[in-house]
Every structure is written in C-alpha cells, then in structure tokens.
Design a protein around this ligand. Sequence first.
Ligand code: IMP
Ligand code: MG
Length: 190
Amino acid sequence: MVRKKATSRASPPAGIGRFGAQVRPLYSASRVQARVRALGRQITRDYAGRTLTVVCVLKGAVLFLADLVRAIQLPVELEFIGVSSYGDATESSGEVRISTDVARPLAGKDVLLVEDMVDTGLTAAFLVQLLQARSPKSLAVCTLLEKPSRARTQVDIAYRGFVVDDVFVVGYGMDFKERWRNLPHLGVLR
Ligand code: IMP
Ligand code: MG
C-alpha cells in the first residue's frame, strides 16, 4: 500500500501562532528540570525513612508538583489545597480564602507545602498558619520561586527553586489571567 506522505508542515492552531513569543525566557525547561531534580534529592535525604504528605497549592504549583514528586524517592501522599485571594490578579491582597481543602487529616503527618511562588508571602504565611493548626508532625514550605524584594511578611522557606527579581513570571504552571501555564519553561511577559 502506498501511503501519501504528509508534505505540508503542521500549521499552528488558529489564535496560538508563535506560541510563547510574547514571553521573554527566564529559565529554560532543562534548567528548571535540573533544579527540580536537585530539590527532590535534597528532600529525599532530609526525610529519609519517612512518608511525606505533599500539599500542592492549586493551580500554579501543579506542574512543579508533578516533576518534584517524581524526583522524591520516598513514599509520598498527595493533597491539594485551593486558595483565592481577593483583589486583582497580579497583586496579593493578603485576604486569602480556601476554595478547595485537603481531603484527609494532616495530624501527625510530615507535611510539605508546595507553592509556585512566594511573592509578598501573605498566601504562604496564611497557609502555614492554617496547616499548623491541623497538628502535623512537621511542616515545611517548598517553593519553586521566591521574590524576596516584595516580601511583606516573613515565611520560613525550607526549599526554594530560584530567587527572582520583581518581575511577573509565567509558565511551568504559572499564569497571567489563566494563560501560559503550559509553557515548559519559565518566562517573563514582554
Ligand atoms: P503572595 O501571596 O503575594 O506571596 O503570592 C501569592 C500568589 O500570587 C502566588 O502563589 C502566585 O500564584 C501569585 N503570583 C505572585 N507572583 C506571581 C508571578 O510573578 N507570576 C504568577 N503568579 C504570581
Ligand atoms: Mg496563582
């Protein structure tokens, strides 16, 4: 049987065009992957012999979580917590509301809270206080990114991927108005 060879190059779906062209690269996908693997090794060493309950903050940390847990060589339980912050999309108001809560009790568990970004720190500080009240055996924060220049409250971060300047980062789970989450790298909107 003679199959017709596909000759035309696949054209991009309408409206997407050169996907990602509006985003200035910050950290390449391979750089992100290498950093996430290093964090996974560090967490594996620190929690050796224990079972870790990883609480992922929706939605921005989902891609980070997926790669991070595959780099952790320990028994891991996954939980998800959803937060929405009042106010506009790029500025934290500090008033945080839980939109989805974890499904299981955290009492007596070694809990690792996984965030995409600690910006003002208000969300992470709120979540730490909330989860601490559930009496975990231990609680630590792991964030892919931190913007220390914007900190408005002190958050004890045990694991951080990258420290960034005061720029708005998208990609690898992080959005601007729900866009760009599926970029495999981290970038800054042009
Ligand atoms: P914070 O409460 O100000 O620390 O930030 C809370 C949330 O705002 C983070 O978890 C992110 O979801 C979002 N955020 C802050 N900075 C950025 C950014 O540069 N890009 C995308 N989302 C961000
Ligand atoms: Mg977010």
